[in-house]
Structure formats: C-alpha cells, structure tokens
Design a protein around this ligand. Structure first.
Ligand code: PHE
Length: 354
C-alpha cells in the first residue's frame, strides 16, 4: 500500500501539464486503473484480509483524487501566470491618431446661408430633385416652345414606351420650390430653398450637378427695394464686410422686372477680393415674381406681390474661401477635402447683428 501511494502521489506531483495529469488519473483510479483493479481483488480475500485492505484502498483512492484535484488547480494557475506574462497591455501608451472627416465647403456654406436668412425671418423649404416639367418650366412661365428650355441643358428622365405620366426632369434650378411653397402655404410667405440642381454642362466653373439657394418673399407691398436691402444684408453678413451690389436689368420668364446682381470686388494678382475695389462679379438672378407665376401657384396677383432670387451656393463658396476650380468640389479627393473642409463643430463664420 505504501509503495502504491508513493508511486502515484510522486507521479502526480511531477505531472507537467493537464494532459499528462489526466493520463495519470485514468491509469490510477479510472475504471481499469491500478487502484480500481486492486479493489476488485478484495472479493478474493479472506474476510480478515478484506477488513484491512478495503478501508486502506478506499483511503488511498481518496488521497489520490485529492492530489489530482490540487495538482489540476496548480497547473491551471501556472498556465494563467504564463499567459499573463506574455499578454499585457501598456495602458500608458498614447492613443493612435485617427483622422476625423471634415465638413464639405458646400455643406458649410449651406449652413451659413441658412443661418443668415433665418435671422431675417426666412424659413427653409425644400423640394424634390426630380421634378415634373410643369413645376420646373410651365408653372414658371416657361411654355414648351420657350427657348429657355433649350438653353437650360435639361436632363430628361427616361420614360418607357407606353408610360404616359408627365415628363420628369432633373430640376435645372431651385425655382420650382417657389411654386411648391406657395401652393402649400399661400401668401404671405418668406422662404429660402437650398438644394441640388442639374444641367448638362462641364468646365472649370460648371458641373452637371451644382447647388442653388432660392429666395422668395411675397406680401402685400414687397418691392425691389426690399430685395436690394435683403441681398446687401446677406452679402455683408456672409463675407463679413460691407458689400455693395449692382443690379443689371435682365430677363427671366418668371420675374418681371428682372435683374442680375453683381457684387463689388477687386482683382489683384489673379485673386478676387469681395467687398473692395471697383470690379463686379455676377452672383445671382432675381426679380419681382411674375403675376402668371403667382397665379400658377394659387396666389392672387391682384392682392400679393414680392421678389425671388436664385444664387449659386458653390459659386459663393468659391468666392469666400478662395477655391479656384468648381469641378474639384465633387471629385471626393481626400487631400482636397482635408484642405478646404471645416472641422465638424465649427460655428458658421458669419457676421452677427443682422
Ligand atoms: N432660376 C434662375 C436660374 O437658375 C435664377 C432666378 C431665380 C432668377 C429667381 C430670378 C428669380 O438662373
């Protein structure tokens, strides 16, 4: 009995890992293990011998099981210690630098424009980018034979044969939102409508998709004078310096009279500065909303009148932030975006106190 005990407890003490420990368990106290076989031999003994050997074998079995359990815990602890030695983390290391994205100049200027007009009491109204030709043209006093339709380089939506819905276009300007806003709200009304517009055109200052902001103010006695004040307030707040405007007589089917508006600027060494000098730069089209347009939108022209304007968002972004090529706006070049983009939480840079 003492030999057995010394043999198994010694072997358990020396076991190097959990697998060899399990082998030892099977060999010693498993079903066909040495101790189990010895227990089977008890039946062949005399009752006297059995009385001594039985309890001794049981005690030995218990002792071996206890030793196995203790060794198993010890091995598991040692394995864990070993792992902890290799798997460690230096929590004092500086964090990895992760680039955050930037706000696109168009989004930034969109916010700036909205904030300035909001201060003057204009609400934002948006319309769909896919329009019926009625909203984009007819309601704006551009009948189908009108040359303005051809001039606009319109993208027409494909229509399957037998599809007799009215023709749809990618809107060529934000002016259809004038109609939609007046239909929905009637008069008086004061809205601006920023959004994407589309024309088949591509060079340094034209892209097939670009951005406009439409302005609309209809009441009983709104005049061109109000238009001029609103625009000068806007440009001065936007460029952060007082900006003179010049109104040039022009023609749009949906306004009468109509004016193209230039802002004061200087050209020096190929760069343009707004708000100084004696040069002029065209930035928008405007005028008094045509009576036919009011009627088309369900507003009585005998009672109401007002102004509208349409301005290029990308264009005034280029002017304020000195960006030379419009096409780069939409190239998604990360270097460009990092250079001209804005930090996410930057408050719009506009002059307060409008
Ligand atoms: N819709 C015109 C354009 O895209 C601009 C405009 C808007 C002119 C409102 C007059 C009034 O060129």
């Amino acid at each position: 009995m003492d030999d057995l005990k010394a043999k198994w407890l010694g072997a358990i003490g020396e076991a190097a890992d959990e697998a060899s420990l399990e082998d030892l368990r099977v060999q010693a106290v498993g079903k066909k293990g040495e101790i189990s076989l010895k227990m089977r031999e008890l039946g062949k003994m005399t009752p006297e011998e059995r009385q001594v050997a039985g309890p001794a074998l049981n005690a030995l079995k218990d002792e071996i099981n206890t030793a196995l359990a203790a060794k198993k815990t010890a091995l598991a602890d040692a394995a864990l210690d070993e792992r902890l030695k290799t798997e460690w983390l230096d929590v004092t290391l500086p964090g990895r630098d992760r680039r955050t994205g930037t706000v696109h100049p168009v989004s930034q200027v969109w916010e700036e424009v909205t904030a300035i007009f909001a201060d003057m009491g204009f609400a934002v109204a948006e319309g769909p980018q896919i329009e019926t030709d009625w909203y984009n043209f007819d309601a704006l006093n551009i009948p189908s034979h009108h040359p303005a339709r051809a001039e606009m380089d319109t993208f027409y939506m494909h229509r399957a044969e037998g599809d007799d819905r009215p023709p749809h276009v990618l809107r060529t300007h934000t002016s259809p939102v004038q109609i939609r806003s007046m239909e929905a709200q009637g008069a008086p009304i004061r809205t601006i409508s920023p959004g994407r517009v589309y024309r088949a055109d591509y060079d340094q200052t034209h892209t097939p998709m670009f951005h406009q902001v439409e302005g609309l103010a209809i009441d009983r006695d709104i005049s061109m004078a109000n238009l001029k004040w609103v625009l000068e307030e806007f440009f001065s707040a936007y460029f952060g310096t007082s900006v003179k405007t010049r109104f040039r007589a022009s023609h749009f089917p949906f306004t009468e009279p109509s004016a193209e508006v230039d802002i004061q600027c200087s050209w020096e060494g190929g760069t343009v500065k707004v708000g100084e000098g004696d040069d002029w730069l065209e930035v928008l089209g405007s005028g008094m909303v045509h009576p036919k347009v009011l009627s088309a939108a369900g507003v009585d022209p005998a009672e109401w009148q007002g102004f509208a304007f349409g301005m290029g968002i990308d264009r005034i972004a280029m002017l304020k932030y000195g960006i030379p090529d419009l096409r780069a706006f939409f190239d998604s070049d990360l270097r460009w975006l990092r250079h001209y983009g804005f930090p996410a939480l930057q408050v719009p840079t506009i002059r307060g106190g409008v």
